[in-house]
Write a protein that binds this ligand. Structure first.
Ligand code: 13P
Ligand code: ZN
Length: 274
């Protein structure tokens, strides 16, 4: 019989945390990640879970997450340590029947609670689950340096950020044709940041948290991670361009929009409206 840590999906979660750490996106305990398990994945781990834990309030009511199982990073835990000691740094939680409380059913063996951003993760899982007919399962938040640096340099609105980032790599508009959302500075872990991010996530798969980090989602680990990686790479190029005295030429609006047809994506032309 295989234990929790032998399950392919748990290994993928751990590996993705480690890849994020190697990218330099997770200083100290910075960042957090959650995965909504498929029914068959939850079934496979059930023999190894404990129902002895206490119910804790999510602080939101999310009925469409009723009885869902999530793999989640622990609050205050370092991404650096996830690969070496997964059972002490991540956990599996179960949401109750009403979608109001959660319980740790595995992990955080030396104590702890799920990420302080749990309300934001769960609210946004709930929204994306509904919007994508259950396809989206991964949410990751991290602190990639160049993306954060841009929040000190660009106007903090969706259009400014989207156009600036799209322009830096030809494939950006193909990878995120809807664009990127931006929320102003807010207290991390708060209900306010959960709700503000939730409003943006209805439209986008990536939301920049000003002077803090980025929040990305997708159907699987590779897509969500790839999105964060693409945005951060484009942000790095923009920082380099700005550091070298600014653009001398670039890709035009018409060239960006010309990518829609051959790549079968719907690049949002309204981003170029005044
Ligand atoms: P946690 O350690 O609670 O996940 O917090 C890290 C973080 O990045 C908060 O935004
Ligand atoms: Zn953070």
């Amino acid at each position: 019989m295989n234990g929790v840590l032998d399950q392919k999906i748990v290994k993928y979660f751990i590996d993705t945390c480690h890849q994020s750490w190697l990218k330099g996106w997770n200083e100290r305990n910075g960042g957090n990640m959650s995965y909504r398990m498929k029914p068959e994945e939850a079934e496979a781990v059930k023999p190894f879970l404990s129902e002895d834990g206490v119910w804790r309030p999510i602080t939101l009511t999310l009925p469409n997450l009723s009885n869902e199982y999530f793999i989640v990073t622990g609050s205050g835990k370092y991404y650096k340590n996830v690969l070496r000691e997964p059972e002490n740094n991540i956990c599996i939680i179960r949401v109750d029947e009403k979608g109001e409380n959660y319980k740790i059913v595995w992990g955080l063996a030396e104590g702890g609670v799920p990420t302080s951003e749990l309300p934001t993760h769960l609210l946004n899982h709930s929204i994306k689950k509904e919007k994508t007919d259950g396809a989206y399962r991964v949410i990751m938040h991290a602190h990639p340096a160049n993306t954060v640096a841009l929040t000190f340099l660009l106007s903090l609105d969706d259009k400014t950020f989207t156009k600036a980032i799209w322009e830096m790599i030809t494939e950006c508009p193909i990878v995120f044709p809807a664009g990127i959302g931006v929320v102003p500075w807010m207290v991390c872990g708060s209900a306010d940041i959960a709700v503000a991010t939730g409003e943006k996530i209805k439209k986008y798969d990536a939301v920049v948290w000003s002077h803090h980090g980025i929040f990305c989602c997708g159907p699987d680990f590779d897509t969500a991670f790839g999105l964060m990686d693409t945005i951060e790479k484009a942000a790095e190029i923009l920082i380099k361009v700005m550091s070298c005295g600014g653009k001398r030429q670039s890709i035009s609006k018409e060239q960006i929009l010309a990518l829609s047809e051959p790549y079968h994506v719907d690049i949002d032309a309204a981003m170029f409206d005044d």
